[in-house]
Write a protein that binds this ligand. Structure first.
Ligand code: FES
Ligand code: FES
Length: 151
């Protein structure tokens, strides 16, 4: 076991973890943050997306020990004081919301995108979200939601 110290959604957390434990399981099972979801076995769906030091990562591709000393934001950490994060609000208003598997990852990937590019084009949005899969829709409203959040 290894002791790690991670700031999760602004709270300092310490835990003993197996060196092989994936970050997604540490978040879900260790900390009870079940908004981070496991949607595939192949690192392809993006439903496990979190922010690591502000940048979106697939938490099924990282070990919990790799988050040691770093800052993780999950979907539970976005709303503050009862107010949705502007990206969550935009997804709500532009009907970009979909199921509980794909939406948290889409929202977090969007937060990361807009931190780097405040006014992305449609192509840049689609490129930034290409690692976040939804098999149910055509992404039109998601792109609209990202544009609304940027505005
Ligand atoms: S669960 Fe991580 S990419 Fe699918
Ligand atoms: S995978 Fe979430 S709505 Fe399609």
């Amino acid at each position: 076991m290894r002791r790690i110290a991670v700031t999760v959604n602004g709270d300092p957390r310490e835990a003993e973890v197996e060196p092989r434990e994936l970050l997604v399981y540490f978040l879900r099972e260790g900390l009870g943050l079940t908004g981070t979801v496991v949607g595939c076995d192949t690192s392809s769906c993006g439903s496990c997306t979190v922010l690591l030091d502000g940048e979106s990562v697939k938490s099924c591709t990282l070990l919990a020990v790799q988050a040691d000393g770093r800052e993780v934001t999950t979907i539970e950490g976005l709303a503050a004081n009862g107010q949705l994060h502007p990206v969550q609000q935009a997804f709500h208003e532009a009907h970009g919301l979909q199921c509980g598997y794909c939406t948290p990852g889409m929202v977090l990937a969007t937060v990361s995108l807009l931190a780097q590019n405040a006014s992305p084009s449609d192509d840049e949005i689609r490129h930034a979200l290409e690692g976040n899969l939804c098999r149910c829709t055509g992404y039109q409203n998601i792109v609209k939601a990202v544009k609304a959040a940027a505005a």
